[in-house]
Design a protein around this ligand. Structure first.
Ligand code: BTN
Length: 253
């Protein structure tokens, strides 16, 4: 990505978040890890950190996130936020990214971008407390998106990539398309929570009305998400609202 892209991003984002900086680095362990390190050291300014390569990219539930330089978009947006309730943030982010990138993109609860049941990208949100007892926390919203073809070896879900359905797609173009909507979503979420995003998530819900299995082995049928972003699963024991970060869900093949 060129310095011109960083400049264009800054020109669009800084008016919405005064003091925001845009940083592009050739390599970092993980853009999330780096911004969390800074937050714990007291740096809570808004920042967009984009990396060409990550040496220790991280996914949800302690998984690794693998990406190849130039073949994927990897970045984190760090911002201080004080929503009344954090529930549903990754769903709101997912809906926003899908809308900004392509109509073919679906959302697999809670935080995957899918195309035809293959994984195009993922979201990892972490927060750090400033330690002053304030409700405000520093949120690090990490996003990884496959841009160019990638090998399925070692992946639990087959990959999809943007260039499959948008041959001209680049990491820079994707970031320019999603950066402003993403920042606006974080700011809207702070004020209004998940409720305004519920229908937007539902419009792209990849699991709706499909048989699913939860990571604890429970089988059921997915029935959309609640106002707080929990996944409704109809199981033998009745309707369950699944919200634990430790639960994953897979459609039955
Ligand atoms: C997941 O699918 O479990 C989430 C993947 C999130 C990957 C992105 S890449 C940029 C940021 N830095 C990381 O280490 N992870 C996120």
């Amino acid at each position: 990505m060129s310095p011109g892209t960083a400049e264009a991003l800054w020109e669009r984002l800084a008016p919405l978040a005064p003091g925001l900086t845009v940083e592009m680095v050739a390599e970092v362990d993980s853009t999330n890890t780096e911004l969390m390190r800074r937050a714990r050291a007291g740096q809570a300014e808004p920042v967009l950190l984009v990396a060409q390569a990550q040496t220790a990219g991280r996914g949800r539930l302690g998984r690794a996130w693998q990406s190849a330089p130039g073949a994927s978009l990897t970045f984190s947006l760090g911002l201080s936020l004080a929503p009344a309730d954090w529930a549903g943030l990754s769903l709101a982010v997912g809906a926003t990214l899908a809308e900004a990138l392509h109509p073919a993109i679906r959302l697999k609860w809670p935080n995957d971008l899918w195309v035809q049941d293959r994984k195009l990208g993922g979201i990892l949100i972490e927060t750090a407390s400033p330690g002053d007892g304030a409700a405000r926390r520093y949120a690090v919203v990490g996003v990884g998106i496959n841009i160019a073809p990638r090998d399925a070896a070692g992946l639990s879900t087959a990959p999809a990539w943007l260039q499959e359905f948008d041959p001209a797609a680049t990491d820079a173009a994707a970031l320019l398309a999603l950066a402003v909507p993403l920042l606006q979503t974080l700011q809207a979420f702070e004020r209004f929570g998940f409720t305004p995003f519920q229908a937007r998530f539902a419009a792209r819900d990849a699991l709706r009305d499909r048989p699913v299995t939860l990571s604890d082995g429970t089988a059921g049928t997915a029935h959309g998400v609640t106002e707080s972003g929990a996944l409704l699963v109809h199981t033998a024991a009745g309707m369950q609202a699944v919200s634990s970060a430790e639960v994953s869900v897979r459609p039955v093949a």
